[in-house]
Structures are given as C-alpha cells and as structure tokens.
Design a binder for this molecule. Structure first.
Ligand SMILES: Nc1ncnc2c1ncn2[C@@H]1O[C@H](COP(=O)(O)OP(=O)(O)OP(=O)(O)O)[C@@H](O)[C@H]1O
Length: 320
C-alpha cells in the first residue's frame, strides 16, 4: 500500500542567488497511516518549512528546488493549483502556533466553524464541534468574534475547524507554544484524542521532547534541513544513535531517560547557503571524523530506524 506521505530529497530555499537560505537540504521522510509523528529539532532546523511544503503552503519567498512530496502517491510540487486546494480542503488539516492567524477577525466563530464544515453544518453541528474541543460554553463561543476569546479558546476553535473535515493528515506546527503551561496538556489531549477518534495521522512539529516521547509513536529528528534520525519514539529518545539526537536528549531538563544530566548543546545551528558539504552537525559533534566535514553522510538503517551519520555507517555497515 502507498504510504500516506513520502518526502524524498526535498530542497527548499528562501530567496535567490548566493544569499539564499537553504531551509531544507535534502529532507526525506515517510509517514504511514495512523502514526503519530513528532518532528523535533532546534529553531531553524527546517520543521515549519517541511510542514508548510506538505500542503503547498510555502510563502512566496520560498522555492522548491529539488525533490518530491508525495501525498498518497500524488506529487504536491507538480499538482495543479485547483487539485492542491481540493487536497488541502479534503485531506489535510493545519493547526499553527498562533490560532488568531487562522481565524477571520470579522466573522463570528459559529459562522467560521460552519464554513469549515463546508456549509453543511447546522447550529447543533457547530455546537457539537466546539464541544468536542472541550470549550465550556460552545453556544457563547459560537456567537463571539475571535478577539473576544483567550489564546487557549482560540486554539481550541482552530483545532475544531482543522478537524471538522476529518482530515487524513493533521499538521500541527507547535500548536501549544503560545499557550500557558497549564492548558498545553489539555490542548494536546484534545488534538490527540480527536485525531484518534477520526483515524487522522498526526505530524506534530515540536520543541518538547518529553511530550513527544509521551504522545507519539514515531519521532523524526531534524538538523540543518535534513532528517538525521527517525524511528519509534521511545526507542530513539531513550537510546539515540545520532550524536545530535543524543545531545538534544541530554539537553532536556530532567532528561527523557532518568539519570541524565542537563548538558546544553554548545554552538549554534547552521544557516545554510546552498548544500552542506558534509554533515551539518560536524562542527558541534564531539565524535566527528575527518570525513564528516566534507562528505555528506549516508542514510543507514539500524533495525527499525534510520540514521544519517558516518559514525553509524562505520559501526553498523553500508548505507541504505
Ligand atoms: N520567510 C523566510 N525568509 C527567509 N528565511 C526563512 C524564512 N522562513 C524560514 N527561514 C529560514 O529557514 C530555515 C529553517 O526555518 P524553519 O522556520 O523552517 O525552522 P524551524 O525548525 O521550524 O524553526 P522554529 O522551531 O524556530 O520554528 C532557518 O534558517 C530560517 O531562518
């Protein structure tokens, strides 16, 4: 069966010419139906660019200069605009960090939810969708305008709208980053339980490793616009193979696995202009070999996971 999402060697630049920033430098990823996938990595690793590229939602400054994004076998990059709009409407849902941005400030919430139900929803349907995201007084919320809601309420509305069409794939780009810590868990709980009930696959872009370890079946670790390690979330985050994943895990206060000390990652993530010559993490990697600086690492399969690393290649064997 065709994978729900298959991204191969995806290259995205912001701007043009020598100063163009390479946000994705050959990103590769496969997501199967029903998985809950956490995409993690420091700021600038390319998570949001990847999330936007899936729905053809990259800003005007960005251009796809290589690779493919196959949704159920169809290439998003070469799709006609009409087909792309149809796909976004019928199969994809997006939730962003700032919920207010996804709501129309001039329209009552009830009307917006009704539109998300493609105009087929009655008042009772609208109230039911608002109730599902655990809004205390759905009728009052339906009569409100976006500016009358708190950030947490607005995010619940945005989730209700994204899930209204029961999408096959929900892309949640740091949906709780702008919310108070006590409601983060509740909002995540709403997203994951609605997705489970609807059979929706989740791609959650996050900085929160412990939360990803707790909620996701798979994890994808990004660095310098590439996926450097991916596999079952628990296995990858408790026994990382890539030096960058190890460093990220060690940097979590309290640690993903007990007994690990807090170790900040020294140095800064790269801003690439054109393809990285070798491994983008090499300048910050304590285990780097001479080859890491000038030869791009191969993807190595280790059991059920993939690791993009020369060291792993040396210890495990040939690349995929
Ligand atoms: N609109 C833009 N114009 C120019 N450069 C951009 C733009 N958006 C992103 N970039 C650059 O592309 C690279 C990848 O950024 P991206 O936002 O995809 O990473 P991220 O992992 O989502 O970061 P964060 O966690 O901070 O959201 C970074 O170097 C970033 O500065």
């Amino acid at each position: 069966m065709t994978s729900l999402l298959h991204i191969d060697d995806l290259v995205v630049d912001y701007g043009s010419g020598e100063r163009a920033v390479r946000a994705l430098d050959g990103a590769a990823l496969t997501v199967e139906r029903g998985q809950t996938v956490g995409i993690v990595g420091e700021s600038g690793s390319g998570k949001s660019t990847l999330g936007s590229a899936i729905g053809g939602l990259l800003p005007g400054a960005a251009s796809v200069t290589g690779g493919s994004v196959l949704l159920d076998g169809e290439d998003v990059n070469t799709m006609r605009p009409r087909r792309l709009r149809e796909l976004r409407r019928e199969r994809l849902g997006y939730v962003f960090q700032e919920p207010i941005g996804s709501l129309d400030p001039t329209m009552r919430i009830g009307k917006q939810v009704e539109l998300a139900l493609r105009g087929r929803g009655t008042r009772a349907d609208v109230a039911e969708h608002l109730e599902r995201v655990k809004l205390a007084d759905p009728k009052r919320v339906a009569r409100s305008y976006p500016h009358q809601l708190s950030g947490g309420m607005a995010q619940r509305v945005a989730i209700a709208m994204a899930m209204a069409g029961e999408p096959e794939l929900l892309i949640a780009d740091e949906p709780t980053a702008a919310l108070d810590s006590q409601i983060r868990e509740e909002v995540l709980g709403v997203i994951f339980s609605l997705a489970e009930a609807a059979g929706t696959t989740i791609l959650w872009l996050s900085h929160d490793l412990p939360a990803v370890a707790k909620r996701c079946s798979e994890v994808v670790v990004m660095y310098g616009g590439r996926v450097v390690e991916s596999g079952a979330a628990h296995a990858v985050l408790t026994e990382p193979r890539h030096p960058y994943t190890s460093a990220l895990v060690r940097a979590v206060p309290g640690g993903i696995a007990r007994g690990q000390r807090l170790v900040p990652i020294a140095g800064q993530p790269p801003v690439l202009h054109g393809p990285a010559r070798g491994c983008a993490f090499a300048p910050r990697c304590g285990d780097a070999l001479p080859t890491c600086e000038d030869s791009r690492p191969p993807l190595v399969g280790v059991g059920e996971r993939d690791v993009l690393c020369h060291l792993t290649e040396r210890t495990v064997g040939a690349g995929r």
